[in-house]
Ligand binder design. Structure first.
Ligand SMILES: C[S@@+](CC[C@H](N)C(=O)[O-])C[C@H]1O[C@@H](n2cnc3c(N)ncnc32)[C@H](O)[C@@H]1O
Length: 206
């Protein structure tokens, strides 16, 4: 796939970024999501999967995982680091994910959404909703703070994302805020979990 504006800087820095991403466990980064994980077996898609840290953790938990990653260098590293048969790597990109076959019980967008501009976010949310099963979950983490040099990022708020998701039938069941687990100065995160209307019960709270 041709280089997309949102992937600027990732290919060149892929090895160093991988070391950073793999330093922290899925459970530490995505603790908010744990109560909302679908029951297994199930299908998960990790969009903008990077080095595959989350895809690998989800495969280890028993899901069939599609890891979508448009940056070839990161995709290759992910395949090498996490050669799990339960992970299928795909070269595709938001907003349209034209080659992706759903539906999925969990759609994960970890640190990706802020790479999309306002119009792309509308198309992307429509596609994410289409790809989610009626009882499925969508998890989005939003990075707030100055972008690193050479990357394309937009300021995206949790409130705006919640309002956009509602237009496509996805309702926030969890909203959290947290510090940067990689200790980067001036960076913090919003953690959002959505479900289709009417499905609001987390695991262990049934
Ligand atoms: C900050 S990294 C996050 C990687 C991984 N999800 C994580 O949490 O460690 C952002 C990732 O989004 C990917 N990306 C950028 N634009 C994208 C798009 N339009 N569609 C899908 N992925 C995209 C980049 O290639 C990169 O792997």
């Amino acid at each position: 796939m041709a280089r997309l504006p949102g992937t600027a800087g990732y290919g060149e820095d892929a090895e160093a970024l991988t070391r950073q991403y793999e330093e922290v466990a899925f459970e530490e980064i995505h603790g908010d999501l744990l109560p909302w994980l679908p029951s297994t077996p199930g299908r998960v898609v990790d969009i903008g999967a990077g080095s595959g840290r989350d895809a690998a953790a989800l495969a280890a938990r028993g899901y069939e995982v599609v890891a979508v990653e448009p940056t070839a260098e990161l995709r290759r590293i992910g395949q090498r680091l996490h050669p799990d048969a339960a992970i299928v790597w795909v070269d595709d990109a938001l907003p349209f994910l034209a080659g992706l076959c759903g539906p999925f019980d969990l759609v994960l967008l970890s640190a990706v959404w802020m790479h999309l501009d306002e119009l792309e976010r509308v198309d992307a949310m429509r596609r994410v909703a289409e790809l989610t099963t009626p009882a499925g979950c969508v998890a989005i983490s939003l990075r707030h703070g100055p972008p690193p040099a050479g990357r394309r990022m937009f300021a995206v708020s949790a409130a705006e994302t919640v309002a956009l998701a509602e237009q496509f039938g996805l309702f926030a069941v969890h909203r959290g805020e947290g510090p940067d687990r990689l200790s980067r100065a001036n960076v913090h995160w919003s953690k959002l979990v959505f479900r289709m209307q009417g499905r609001t019960v987390a695991k262990g709270k049934q």
